[in-house]
Design a protein around this ligand. Structure first.
Ligand code: NAD
Length: 443
């Protein structure tokens, strides 16, 4: 099928590439000329494991192209995806300006029947607004073509996005028109071969499903952080508690890791946007507000441990920071806990030597040049002249450090483990003071 995708970010680029990989004929549109030019040269603007070779091979095979020419892309697409950003607006609700701008563009250029599929995460009711926007533009042009609007939220996770798209747990299609449902089932048929993964529902339910999924995952994290904070105060170890509850299949092992708070481009904004949607229909979403509140507090927790250890005397000290991305296997730093920590350390007069395997460029873009930040080329380089080590992102390569070397390098021999990736006994046996999240011994 001929597919047009608006947006070449994490979602649009992965969607376009994976659809091309199973044989569809895909063109991706973006307003960012630099991004489109880079993609045409085979340069991938984001880090996502496995994505770069797939983009290049499908581009070379002529199944995947990139353009800024929206009119031409709309003219050729049977199915047109909207996969642009929906950042938080000032009041926490999703900012739909980019989605609606694409809808206007579609309305201005659509000349024959088509299917518009919204993949961006959008509040319930947005499909209706997209439909009205397109219809308004068509009417203004005096053009009479039929078009369908569907919701098809995306559940991929950054860091494993290609795998998630190629082997989805489920594919949610929100639509009421039988023709639209049939076409989208055909589009996704290559991903639905072994057993039924497609869940068809009404548009509003599909829109809410995406928020419900993210809110549930965020809730699990905040719940565990709440437990960790209690554990810390009562002398219990949350890692033991985690093992004690995760084995219950009703609870499960996923997303019950305490840490320095969740970040990224989705959970924070989606929890907020859902709470805002609830408010707009006269419902106070108390649980969602608490999930967000606990997470905000948690992002300050690492600094609080540092402050307590040094009795507030932080000015002039140097901290090695391992991990800046909001999670491993991505370069994405949107809402990353590291940003809060770095700012707090700087505000307290400390210096930072940081290392992240992928987020160096992004860190530079966000913070620019500053005297109190040195971006290092390796984890070991970050330790040089540092007083203490803070682990913020649990990249695999940080999991088995040489503790004797850490002991010898860090002036104060202290480690703040923001993701509980080390065993306190092992660290302490090496002569290093250990602070984790929710580990009772750290009170
Ligand atoms: P992104 O910010 O990485 O990319 C958005 C892209 O859209 C940018 O390249 C931007 O230039 C482009 N764009 C903006 N306006 C445009 C226009 N009028 N025409 C063409 N291109 C335009 O965003 P993302 O992370 O890919 O997220 C996109 C949507 O998918 C969001 O609603 C997000 O919540 C949702 N989502 C994201 C993830 C994720 O892990 N990132 C997962 C599931 C769903």
């Amino acid at each position: 099928m001929r597919v047009t995708i608006f947006g070449t970010g994490y979602v649009g680029l992965v969607t376009g590439t994976c659809l091309a990989d199973v044989g569809h004929d895909v063109v991706c549109v973006d307003i960012d000329e630099g991004k489109v030019a880079a993609l045409q040269r085979g340069e991938i603007p984001i880090f996502e494991p496995g994505l770069a070779p797939m983009v290049r091979s499908n581009h070379a095979a002529g199944r995947l192209d990139f353009t800024t020419d929206a009119a031409a892309a709309i003219a050729r697409g049977e199915v047109i995806f909207i996969a642009v950003g929906t950042p938080p607006g000032e009041d926490g609700s999703a900012d739909l300006q980019y989605v609606l701008a694409v809808a206007r563009t579609i309305g201005r250029h659509l000349d024959r029947p088509g299917i518009v599929v919204n993949k961006s995460t959008v509040p319930v009711g947005t499909a209706d607004r997209v439909r009205e926007t397109i219809a308004g533009e068509l009417q203004a042009r005096g053009v009479d073509v039929t078009f369908g609007v569907a919701s098809n939220p995306e559940f991929l996770k950054e860091g494993d996005a290609v795998n998630d798209f190629m082997r989805p747990d489920r594919i949610v299609i929100g639509a009421s028109d039988a023709h639209v449902i049939e076409r989208l089932k055909r589009l996704y048929a290559p991903f639905n071969r072994n057993h039924e993964r497609i869940v068809v529902m009404d548009v509003r339910s599909a829109e809410l499903t995406k928020y419900a999924a993210n809110a549930m995952l965020a809730t699990k994290i905040s719940f565990m952080n709440e437990m960790a904070n209690i554990a810390e105060r009562v002398g219990a170890d949350i890692e033991m508690v985690r093992q004690g509850i995760g084995s219950d299949p009703r609870i499960g092992w996923h997303f019950i890791y305490p840490g320095a708070g969740y970040g990224g481009s989705c959970f924070p904004k989606d929890v907020q946007a859902l709470a805002r949607t609830a408010q707009q229909v006269g419902y106070r979403a108390e649980l969602l507000q608490a999930v967000e509140g606990v997470n905000e507090r948690q992002k300050h927790h690492l600094f609080e441990l540092i402050r307590r250890h040094y009795d507030g005397d932080i000015a002039g000290r140097t901290f090695a920071v391992w991990g800046l991305a909001f999670k491993p296997n991505t370069d994405d730093m949107r809402e990353a806990s590291s940003r809060v920590l770095l700012q707090q350390l700087w505000d307290a007069g400390a210096r930072v030597r940081a290392y992240d395997p992928e987020a160096r460029r992004e860190t530079q873009r966000i913070f620019g040049e500053r005297d109190d930040l040195v971006l290092c080329d390796s984890a070991n380089a970050a330790l040089v002249d540092a007083d203490a080590l803070v682990v913020v992102t649990e990249w695999k390569q940080f999991r088995s450090p040489d503790f004797a070397r850490l002991r010898a390098t860090l002036s104060d021999a202290v480690l703040f483990d923001g993701r509980n990736i080390y065993h306190p006994d092992e660290v302490e046996a090496a002569g290093i003071a250990y602070y984790g999240i929710g580990r009772g011994r750290s009170v």
